[in-house]
Design a protein around this ligand. Structure first.
Ligand code: NDP
Ligand code: MG
Ligand code: MG
Length: 330
């Protein structure tokens, strides 16, 4: 089994006396910045002046300044901006202020792996990537727990880059849950593949195809919604708790027979062949190229499809049904 690192493997004092600039106060930024500060580290947040995130950081008791100012002052610059804006912000407001021995941190490897950001040789380049959304990172930290993290070292100028990444993971509670070492390449490629083929792309299209099949056959959309979307969470919870075997133990034998007999007709050898192609296009940079160009063009396809999908019947029916589910948080 791969080696896991815990609290005792990490030395927070490696970051004591260093000024850490957290760039961006969004999902990951707010969670990591506050937790590092609670861990007794010297943190400064960088945001766009006058933005809502700036105000939120001030309200949370953080020191806040501009990106250029933070990059100038900091020993470690941790970039938690949206991946699509990181390269431009790096060129304009970070690179001019970098000093030998600085540390540049990320929570996702996209910009380093696809060479959208190419730091100078005299800095450390590390990754600390929590395997969970920012709000969970913060909540777990406050409860004395943590979210598992991946760490990686791309450049080790100081000779201590790995230990610094571990210290950082400790500062956000990651070593309480367990830290696994990876590379920028592995994290980037597996993360992109997972969200495209399984977690997001695969799942949403599976749900919608099932929903459409039932509705087109004349069944009530409300029933189709419960069957294909609502119940998904209940099934996934069982898988999360005890694996696929545990889920199969809980469902009826009829459902289990349907799972093993029909599943391979839905996710076929063709599907897996396509997954391999998707992975190749991540590995050879074709996906990254498409996404970078889409952003440069002002996201015409992204905007059109997101808008169209918001009007899909599964969304309108779901909104009404969820309105009647008093136990769901608004
Ligand atoms: P968010 O979009 O939630 O937050 C980004 C923050 O950056 C926002 O506060 C935004 O401000 C601010 N921002 C946007 N543009 C600029 C700019 N030009 N200059 C300064 N600040 C700016 O991002 P995430 O937290 O989701 O992602 C950050 C990084 O963490 C990414 O690399 C992502 O891949 C990684 N990651 C994210 C996870 C997640 O669960 N979200 C999980 C693991 C890794 P405003 O709100 O005002 O627009
Ligand atoms: Mg991702
Ligand atoms: Mg059933």
């Amino acid at each position: 089994m791969a080696k896991m690192y815990y609290d005792n493997d990490a030395d927070l004092s490696l970051l004591k006396g260093k000024k850490i600039a957290v760039l961006g106060y969004g999902s990951q930024g707010h969670a990591q910045a506050q937790s590092l500060q609670d861990s007794g580290l010297d943190v400064i947040v960088a945001e766009i002046k006058g933005s809502k995130s700036w105000d939120r950081a001030v309200a949370d008791g953080m020191k806040v300044t501009t990106t250029a100012e933070a990059a100038e002052q900091a020993d470690m610059i941790h970039i938690l901006l949206p991946d699509e804006v990181q390269a431009e912000v790096y060129r304009e407001s970070i690179a001019p202020h970098l000093k030998a021995g600085n540390i540049i941190g990320f929570s996702h490897g996209f910009n380093i792996h696809f060479a959208q950001i190419v730091p100078p040789e005299d800095v450390d380049v590390i990754m600390i990537a929590p395997k969970g959304p920012g709000h969970l990172v913060r909540r777990q930290f406050k409860e004395g727990a943590g979210v598992p993290c991946l760490i990686a070292v791309q450049q080790d100028y100081s000779g201590k880059a790995r230990d610094i990444a571990l210290a950082f993971a400790k500062g956000i509670g990651g070593t309480r849950a367990g830290v696994l070492e990876t590379t920028f390449k592995e994290e980037t490629e597996t993360d992109l593949f997972g969200e495209q083929a399984v977690l997001c792309g695969g799942l949403t299209h599976l749900i919608r195809s099932g929903f459409e099949t039932l509705v087109e056959a004349g069944y009530q959309p409300e029933v189709a919604y419960f069957e294909c979307l609502h119940e998904m969470k209940l099934i996934v919870d069982l898988i999360y708790e005890g694996g696929i075997a545990n889920m199969r133990y809980s469902i009826s034998d009829t459902a289990e027979w349907g799972d093993i007999a029909t599943g391979p007709r839905i996710i076929t050898d063709e599907t897996k062949k396509e997954m391999k192609k998707v992975l190749e296009e991540i590995q050879d940079g074709k996906f990254a190229q498409g996404w970078i160009l889409e952003n440069k063009a002002g996201r015409p396809m992204y905007n059109a499809i997101v808008k169209r999908d918001k009007a899909h019947q599964i969304e309108t029916v779901g909104k009404e049904l969820r309105g009647m589910m008093s136990w769901l948080k608004k």
